[in-house]
Write a protein that binds this ligand. Sequence first.
Ligand code: LLP
Length: 429
Amino acid sequence: MHSFHYRENKLFCEDTDLARVAETYGTPLYVYSRRTITDHYRRLDSALKELDHEICYAVKANSNVSLLHLLAEVGAGFDIVSGGELYRVLTAGGSASKCTFAGVGKTREEISYALHNDVLSFNVESEEELFTIDSVAKTLGKTAPIALRVNPDVDAATHKYISTGKSQNKFGIGLDRVELLYEQAAALSHVKIVGVQTHIGSQITESGPFVEALEKLVPLVKRLRDRYQIQFFSIGGGIGIVYRGSLESGNEQWWSDSTTKGGMTIEEYVFAVVPLLKGIGVRVLLEPGRFLVGNAGVLLCQVLYVKQTTAKRFVIVDAGMNDLIRPALYEGYHEVVPVARNPKQPIVTADVVGPVCESGDFFALDREISDCQAGDLVAIMSAGAYGFSMASNYNSRPLPAEVLVDGTEAHLIRRRQNYADLVEFEVEG
Ligand code: LLP
């Protein structure tokens, strides 16, 4: 369930009129719903109640400090992939002892920073990284807690750029080699084996690939538990969300409707994985990113021009691929809806595009949308995950502002960049 809906044809986030938020803070503007994030967290948490579990939010999905603070408050741990993400979590009041540090290319500096702060675990992705972590820990007189990330060679049936659990992907260590590497880790003086980790990909909308991965990994986890007294098994993130038809399906039916549209409810996911994990004898960690924040955010933008050519109708908005790159990079689908709905408005087929100088700068292609004109506001839905966190200054466009809605209140949680910000770090050569 999410908290974006129409009231008398005006798009609201919770009890806040989005047209007014856009008027106050300008566009393009990311707006997030506090209620949706906490609701999704609690929903997943309670669905997992039969398991000893911890939800470690994948910070990369949206790393705004206010959102991290909110998630820390409701009890989340964090899955981090850089020193910068650890810094953000600490700034937000999160605890390093609830952070798992993933990623194939951790630097010595990052390892050292994470050791100083006593992270819960390093999720190790290669033999060389294991030895580097041992060596950095030795220099610091510390012992590094480690889990090996296992690549189960499973097809996650998702976009090729966000599939991570096949043997041709750069991630993790193959099942054929992983036990040997655990043996080597056990012999090292400055690492302590604490867990096992896996993550097969992102935006996975059926339970099959998760089940397949767990069926391959659970026997391994049990062996490692008996041998090294590991404390946790992290099953990664990847739970897909509904991008299509989000508003028309009605909020109450959000998740159950997703089933009929080829999606997977969170209950279905839990129903599929819990039986495999029950009785495993170690704590289960999950690393959801998109599931927690994806449908909790929209990108508000304003129509600048409507251009009709012989081939197409283009709706040119003031947000670009630099603000939300998902359509360009993954052909990601996002609903585009009017902030003020007019049922009398004709439906037209149009491309919704941004101002960036690339043909890949689009949000929707040949999409049936309610016709609009210059000055209208539109919302690009489901933009809470991998939206702002992947935004850039391409074309020297200042980064948008971010707002967190709480009931009737809208709080600015990141101010819009200005032109001076664009050149702030440049020095005379
Ligand atoms: N754990 C690990 C080790 C990961 O690599 C990821 C995501 C997650 C957890 C969280 O996955 P999620 O629950 O959000 O699916 N930018 C792409 C998605 C990249 C995902 C990268 N890894 C997109 O916009 O679709």
